[in-house]
Design a protein. Structure first.
Length: 276
């Protein structure tokens, strides 16, 4: 069952999202060839704690017997790792790597959530396919949010993301999806990256959603490593998970006033939706 947030609850979520943006900014500032994913995780966790929040992902239960809780505050996925990569001192980044950093912060009883994908050393050090993969994933997010407005349906968002990705020669994951967010990190409704337009739950004022394009350079098939968490592409081609934000559907407008947490700063976008 999805929840409708009050104005006060949305303000709490904005604060959590502000902290997420600060942590993502710290990662952006630090990421470079030679740094480990463990170091990036430590940097982000320090920012979250310093702002009075808790990293939501740390000790998050797997729900699978024999698989321990997630051990870090940031899911850091490199190259063919799609999502839920575990930070490690042994994973040293090099130029041209695609690195997705997915993190959440919990404060005042509510979660904030955002993912960024980085090319280590800058786009000039990446292959043409890698650059295009990241660009298409980013644009897929913005294609989807055109339908993140009161009166549209979840299927409208899902359909547009999948349609755009496949038109550009890439594939989307079917096993994982975006989700509602609030007092719980994962709430209803689920938001797939594929589907039929004009199907699914109709969007209402006060809903908060995390929209998560997950795009593979090759096929859509995946595998899960022995750690029980890390999802990789079956064909071991690159993957990109990018531009996940929290959305709020405000009560006063069909076109919604949004605060958008970018890697570099927080920008207010008017008359679109409401990104935290």
């Amino acid at each position: 069952m999805f929840t409708i947030k009050t104005k006060k609850e949305i303000e709490y979520m904005r604060e959590s999202c502000r902290i997420v943006a600060l942590a993502q900014q710290a990662i952006e500032n630090a990421i470079k060839p030679g740094i480990s994913t463990w170091e990036l995780n430590k940097i982000a966790e320090d920012v979250i704690y310093a702002n009075g929040a808790i990293p939501s992902c740390k000790n998050y239960p797997s729900g699978i017997k024999g698989v321990p809780a997630f051990p870090a505050g940031v899911c850091i996925s490199v190259n063919d790792e799609v999502i839920h990569g575990i930070p490690s001192k042994k994973v040293i980044l090099k130029e041209g790597d695609i690195v997705s950093t997915d993190l959440c912060a919990y404060k005042n009883g509510f979660h904030g959530d955002a993912t960024r994908t980085h090319i280590v050393g800058g786009k000039e050090n990446a292959t043409e396919e890698a650059k295009r993969l990241v660009e298409v994933t980013e644009q897929a997010f913005f294609e989807g949010i055109q339908f993140a407005k009161v009166g549209y349906r979840i299927g409208d968002i899902s359909h547009r993301i999948g349609e755009y990705v496949e038109k550009n020669g890439f594939s989307v994951l079917k096993e994982f999806q975006g989700h509602g967010i609030g007092q719980d990190m994962h709430e209803d409704p689920g938001i797939p990256n594929y589907g039929k337009a004009n199907k699914g739950l109709r969007l209402e004022a006060g809903m908060t959603l995390a929209i998560e394009p997950m795009v593979n350079a090759g096929g859509a098939d995946i595998d899960i490593l022995d750690d029980g968490w890390t999802v990789v592409t079956l064909d071991r081609k690159f993957s990109s998970t990018l531009w996940k934000y929290n959305f709020n559907y405000k009560k006063r407008a069909r076109n919604i006033d949004i605060t958008l947490n970018l890697v570099y700063n927080v920008v207010v976008i008017n008359k679109i939706n409401s990104i935290m």
